[in-house]
Design a protein around this ligand. Structure first.
Ligand code: NAI
Length: 652
């Protein structure tokens, strides 16, 4: 019996049958900006397939009703409830079975992908006979499960290597790296690339076109054969060992194993699946993902309002130059002012390198460069929605500048300082309109560091706060609200950590051993290399300002006396060659060393929380993770200190 699709009463899907009997199945999850493959959605997809079994369409095009994209993956809230092995397997089996069914239908199917297509969303698309990607800026295909400490268990580990060959598929699955529309087409991940206005027409032609399903050919295909897999496993394991020598992350190795031994079928490796899904690492990475979403949400309130377009940056040094470049890259009109013409020229040079590295086409890089205007006289102040001050760290000089520029600024414009150590209450003295003065503290290097501390003081206008969070969100950074206290959150917690490391050097522990201890703990860089990178002079100033201890470590004094400032001078605790620290072999790591070094950081995080620098423990953890790279798989310093005894046995 054939019935109307609407009579199925589905909440998430609608379907239209056109004149040539192509069914256009649209996923549009109600009450959400994006589509997610929740248990409900998966159930309804099954019902839609039942319907097509009966109605026998000439083809099915699966598309999204959302502006933002195709499908943003599974519903991760459902992962939290996976407290028994059976529940974990049930979740894997649900997607595996349903997508196998989709892959086997005898009518042609096509996923029309516009915008993001992530995780389970890409696995659904891989189960279709064809994939057509829309050539627009936001189109992005990825299997990011590995970043949550899990695996693409709904067929991705099997279908992706068959489609694009083992090397490219493993690269995507083990890194979680996204592919844009063009790259997806080049890899063969998509069968075609189409301009937005021709998408429907092209989808219809493709789904009715009768072309056989695409498969990898040649060497990439051979490397997916059972014969070649042991070789690929050996090579890939070597790469993983290089990237993760202390084996903090199990997921990449598990994905490799499930692919090699079970042809990507996770149901054949129940123990491994259970170990992964219920591991602390997966739980903590999920926590980090949620923390990230929470920071992003601060920008949400201002998203609907007319947002800033023109940013005027004053100070074209290390920070100001890079902030200006980053804002131009993200689409803002930027004017860059400095009293020194050469600093502006140098900043423009760095900006061009950034644009070339981060854009898809030379024309996009040129457009970004066109948006960044050198402005020696500071004419841009009059037109800017945001004026960011990033000049020399000196309160008198900064206040002198504000006195000159404030009368020139547009009525609704915001004045933001990038100061890392001065009090905002002190800086705003003398301003006519202190309520529009706020801190936006970027981290160095600007292009790499995801966090921006938004420094609020009493009396900052609500609209100013909303617009500032929206601005930080619009440039793709994670805003963290902090109160105006010395060092805010991140620098305040790093100072005692770096100080403790230098005290260890004074006691005779080699820098290499200290760095190795913290890499083993899971930090992205050891504390001594970090001091060399930040600069020993800056570490000294931060130490003076942020530590209660009067005396400087002797090792720091020794290097400073010789003008050895770290990376920037070519010599600090290490000698620096071609931008890399030259290190000797690390010695044996004393069992309590990591705990000794990390304890001052954790204690200081707790103190900052108690003093109200951040509003709650989750925000403190988020700030330290995204501002310092604190071992994400440990879930943040406070979370770690509550769940884990400070014992280095657990760091291996
Ligand atoms: P920098 O010394 O590299 O650059 C400062 C620039 O400001 C110089 O190019 C100088 O010519 C210019 N300048 C000074 N007075 C000026 C004026 N009245 N008008 C126009 N230009 C003027 O300094 P950096 O490191 O970029 O720091 C800038 C600010 O950013 C400081 O407040 C610092 O605390 C903060 N910051 C620095 C970080 C770092 O890692 N270097 C990290 C986060 C914040």
């Amino acid at each position: 019996m054939t019935h109307d699709f609407d009579s199925l009463g589905l909440a998430n899907f609608s379907c239209r049958l056109d004149d040539e009997r192509v069914a256009w199945l649209t996923l549009d999850c109600p009450g959400s900006a994006v589509n997610r493959l929740s248990a409900d959605v998966m159930h309804e997809l099954g019902l839609a397939l039942d319907y097509f079994d009966q109605t026998r369409p000439a083809g099915v095009v699966i598309q999204s009703g959302k502006e933002a994209g195709f499908i943003a993956g599974a519903n991760i809230d459902e992962f939290a409830g996976l407290d028994t092995p059976a529940k974990g397997m049930e979740l894997v089996s649900r997607g595996w079975t349903l997508f196998n069914r989709l892959a086997k239908v005898d009518y042609p199917t096509l996923a029309l992908i516009r915008g993001h297509c992530l995780g389970g969303g890409l696995e659904l698309a891989l189960a279709c006979r064809y994939r057509l990607v829309v050539d627009q800026a936001g189109t992005s295909l990825s299997l990011p499960e590995v970043m949550l400490g899990i695996f693409p268990g709904w067929g991705g580990m099997q279908r992706l290597p068959r489609l694009i060959g083992a090397p490219a598929a493993l690269d995507m699955m083990l890194s979680g790296k996204p592919q844009d529309a063009r790259k997806a087409a080049r890899l063969g991940l998509a069968d075609g690339l189409v301009a937005p206005r021709l998408a429907e027409q092209a989808a219809k032609a493709m789904v009715l076109g009768g072309k056989p399903r695409r498969r990898a050919k040649g060497l990439p295909a051979w490397l997916n054969s059972p014969l070649a897999r042991p070789l690929v496993v050996r090579q890939t394991t070597r790469k993983l060992d290089g990237r993760d020598p202390y084996r903090h992350y199990l997921a990449p190795r598990a994905i490799l194993q499930i692919w090699a031994k079970h042809d990507g079928n996770a149901l054949k490796a129940p123990q491994l699946v259970d170990q992964l899904i219920r591991s602390d690492t997966a739980r903590n990475l999920l926590r980090v993902f949620r923390l990230q979403e929470r920071l992003k949400a601060f920008g949400k309130a201002g998203r609907q309002q007319p947002h800033a377009r023109h940013v005027h940056v004053i100070g074209a040094g290390v920070m100001g130059g890079d902030i200006a470049a980053w804002c131009a890259l993200k689409g803002f009109t930027v004017t860059l002012q400095d009293q020194d013409r050469e600093r502006i020229a140098a900043a423009q040079g760095r900006a061009h390198t950034l644009f070339a590295r981060k854009t898809r086409h030379p024309r996009d890089a040129r457009a970004a460069a066109d948006r960044l205007t050198p402005d020696l006289r500071g004419d841009g102040v009059r037109h800017a929605d945001f004026v960011i001050e990033a000049i020399t760290e000196n309160a008198d000089i900064k206040r002198g500048l504000y006195a000159q520029i404030e009368p020139l600024m547009k009525p609704g414009a915001i004045l933001a300082t990038n100061t890392s150590s001065l009090s905002l209450e002190e800086l705003r003295m003398g301003l006519d309109r202190p309520e529009r003065f706020i801190g936006i503290h970027f981290f160095n290097p600007v292009a790499k560091m995801p966090l921006v501390e938004v420094v609020e003081t009493d009396g900052v206008g609500a609209a100013v706060k909303t617009a500032t969070y929206a601005f930080v969100d619009a440039i793709g950074k994670l805003p963290l609200p902090v109160q105006s206290t010395p060092g805010f959150l991140v620098n305040a917690v790093l100072a005692p950590y770096m100080l403790e490391a230098m005290r260890c050097v004074d006691e005779g522990i080699p820098p290499e051993t200290l760095d190795a201890a913290m890499l083993k703990f899971g930090m992205p860089m050891g504390p001594i290399e970090l001091i060399d990178t930040v600069g020993l002079d800056i570490a000294r100033d931060a130490g003076r300002q942020l530590s209660d201890q009067a005396s400087m470590p002797a090792c720091l004094e020794h290097h400073l006396a010789r003008n050895e400032l770290g990376r920037k001078s070519g010599q600090g605790f290490y000698r620096w060659k071609d931008g890399k620290a030259v290190k000797q072999e690390a010695g044996a790591i004393p069992p309590d060393l990591a705990a000794r070094l990390i304890t001052p950081l954790i204690d200081k995080t707790r103190q900052q929380l108690e003093q109200g620098v951040v509003a709650d423990a989750d925000l403190a953890d988020a700030g330290v993770i995204f501002g310092t790279g604190f071992a994400p798989f440990r879930g943040g310093p406070l979370h770690y200190s509550c769940t884990d005894p400070l014992d280095t046995q657990s760091t291996s």
